[in-house]
Design a protein around this ligand. Structure first.
Ligand SMILES: Cc1cc2nc3c(=O)[nH]c(=O)nc-3n(C[C@H](O)[C@H](O)[C@H](O)COP(=O)(O)OP(=O)(O)OC[C@H]3O[C@@H](n4cnc5c(N)ncnc54)[C@H](O)[C@@H]3O)c2cc1C
Length: 377
């Protein structure tokens, strides 16, 4: 996205990806786009397929105590909505735009090394049996949570905030039409469950599990049993089953790197911060980072004024911590904690959920943050 935004303003960049094109376009991850993300994709000419295939949702449903409670976004958040469009489709659209523009894009780059980020950065990597070296003005570290760019920040002036949650998510893709028109967030005494979708034919479902669980612990039968238990309501709603076509276990963490820059290196997305997936914010926050970074870099190329670049960390962290708080709050409200001998945590959760179900003010607060705060995206 950053290279695309820069290209639109005539700034040249080189994209170096260590996975293959096949791999990145089949990697199933996020799928909820905030309205600001949708607007960004449209404004930068990437809205064609999104317009045709994206599913606009005007609310979500909360479930607990076998009852449903709708949070109506359009009503509560000034007409704003979310769009369901798989991350791999966003990635495909971005690759297509990059290829069409003729910009440099290397897949399957290996031994990627970055040096000289204080003043004159260089990137070296192996590609198709050859050694490639790129001298550049800036490096954007958009290499995710396991990338190398985060490690280039000086240890003595960088702080990495990390919180590991005491649970994980088993996620499945199932070849079955979604059993719901809108996302369902369910908090059950045996754990959290999320019913989402990727298309009219494919459902995306998640279950809270233990971080110690392995995929083998979750047979298809066990997954469906647990989904039925956590999602079903007393008004007769039922879950449709279908073949499970993908399965994964994801740990849940909050991570923030401060500062997000050093010299001529700028981190964006998961390289700089990881949010729990409950608020569906990871992809949106990553795109919001690069929108800001693109503006600052374009400004620098126009005027050689570095003030906007210098402020990048300051400007982003304000929003990053708000989103981190929202994702953490949603997680804490919906996931029973594994160690709750007196049951007080669960009772407090139910107290909060009951308040949320009955208070328009509380619902509006959730809604405006779920669809993305206007200036935040
Ligand atoms: C299993 C899973 C499920 C998720 N589900 C959701 C969800 O439902 N909702 C949501 O909002 N978010 C979700 N997320 C988070 C969301 O996918 C991320 O927040 C988002 O992808 C961040 O984008 P990014 O570009 O910063 O990082 P990434 O998408 O991780 O991209 C970084 C890229 O850098 C490449 N790379 C890494 N190291 C190097 C290197 N040394 N050299 C070159 N390239 C390198 C990687 O291969 C990768 O393609 C999920 C994440 C995972 C792992």
């Amino acid at each position: 996205m950053l290279s695309h935004l820069l290209h639109l303003e005539g700034v040249e960049s080189v994209v170096v990806e260590h996975r293959s094109r096949e791999y990145v376009t089949h990697r199933v991850r996020a799928g909820v786009l905030e309205q600001g993300t949708v607007e960004l994709l449209h404004a930068s000419g990437l809205g064609g397929r999104l317009q045709r295939e994206g599913l606009v949702h005007e609310g979500i449903e909360l479930r607990f105590g076998r009852r449903r409670h709708r949070i109506a976004f359009r009503d509560l958040a000034g007409g704003r909505t979310i769009t369901i469009y798989g991350q791999q489709k966003v990635v495909e659209d971005l690759i297509a735009a990059r290829v069409e523009s003729g910009g440099a894009l290397y897949f399957a780059a290996s031994e990627v090394r970055v040096s000289g980020v204080d003043t004159s950065p260089r990137i070296r990597f192996a590609h198709a049996g050859k050694e490639v070296e790129v001298a550049c003005d800036f490096v954007a570290g958009c290499d995710g949570t396991h990338g190398i760019c985060r490690t280039l920040l000086p240890k003595d002036t960088t702080y990495v905030y990390v919180h590991e949650y005491p649970f994980a998510w088993t996620g499945v893709l199932a070849a079955v039409a979604p059993s719901t028109d809108e996302l369902i967030y369910a908090s059950h005494d045996t754990g959290f469950a999320l019913h989402s979708m990727r298309s009219p034919e494919v459902s995306r479902l998640y279950l809270q599990c233990s971080p110690a669980d392995r995929l083998e612990d979750w047979s298809d039968d066990r997954i469906w049993d647990e989904l039925h238990r956590r999602l079903e309501t007393s008004d007769g709603w039922t879950l449709k089953e279908g073949p499970i076509i993908e399965k994964s276990v994801t740990t849940i963490r909050s991570v923030v790197v401060e500062p997000m820059q050093h010299g001529r290196l700028f981190l964006a997305g998961d390289a700089a911060h990881v949010v729990p997936p409950t608020g569906a914010k990871g992809l949106n926050l990553a795109l919001a980072d690069v929108r800001e970074l693109a503006r600052a870099l374009i400004g620098w190329y126009r005027t050689r004024d570095s003030r906007q670049l210098d402020r990048y960390t300051h400007d982003r962290l304000e929003r990053v911590w708000q989103v981190q708080h929202f994702s953490s709050w949603m997680t804490a409200m919906l996931h029973p904690v594994p160690n709750d001998p007196s049951g007080i945590h669960r009772r407090l959760q139910k107290g909060e959920l009951t308040y949320l179900a009955s208070s328009r003010a509380a619902q509006a607060s959730l809604a405006e943050r779920y669809v993305g705060l206007a200036s935040a995206t």
